[in-house]
Design a protein around this ligand. Sequence first.
Ligand code: SF4
Length: 278
Amino acid sequence: VDTLELPGVRRLYSCTPARLNAWLDCPRRYAFAYLVRPSPPRAGPWARLSLGSSVHAALAAWWRRPRARRTVAAAADVVAETWIPEGYRDAAHADHWRHRAADMVRRHLDGVDPAAEPLGLERTVAFRTDTIAFSGRVDRIDRRGPVAVAVDYKTGRQPPTEDDARGSLALALYARAIARTMHLDCTEVELHHLPSGTVATWRHSAESLDRHLRRAEAIAADCAQADDRYRAGLGEAGLPGVFPARVGGQCAWCEFRSSCPEGAAVPAAEPWAGLEES
Ligand code: SF4
């Protein structure tokens, strides 16, 4: 469901961070992912995405264990339970990265209090405004005294900076959604980078959260307008006119490149590219 509409009620654009960011990254990719049906074939799997999913799932599995089994030594077990071996060069390469993932998780857990029960794990939070119905899944929600903190795990090559935490639309919207869903004050957001063990944090003000919200509403308005044009048949502008291809480095990874003549001009990345070393 992309929009919600009731008689006499203004239409809301249903969105997630992934949907809004897809539009910002490349309107053509947005169209392929959310509008064009049947959905075009998708390339992949990509090792770096498998790694990210495995590590996220391992951390959630660790927290879901009974308190007595939340040990640092359990890192390798939870990674083994959740490991996705897809996209790597071969079995030995996948195995190498499974060990690397276990190291990352172990180091992260070494700095965690296993008794500090999170308020939420992979929890869906949501809110509505006059124009959007936002929902998103937060990796972890911590309680720190009377407030809640939105935690996002990262497994990419570059450690995120404070600017990344401050500028993250997703984290700001999560903070607003946590406050609405859980009735707790939530202005603090954190990016936990597993490969480096660093944490980038930012404490929002009510004003900075409002700015992010206005931005999300503006992006959503553009998306809604483009969605309407798609449903109306696109007209003379066609797909390229309404959903321009934003050709760049991301095309090497794009799952829809086989359906996109413009982006297909960029050489494809190997499925295991983008890992710290391969
Ligand atoms: S290949 Fe590039 S231009 Fe084409 S949809 Fe993907 S990201 Fe957009």
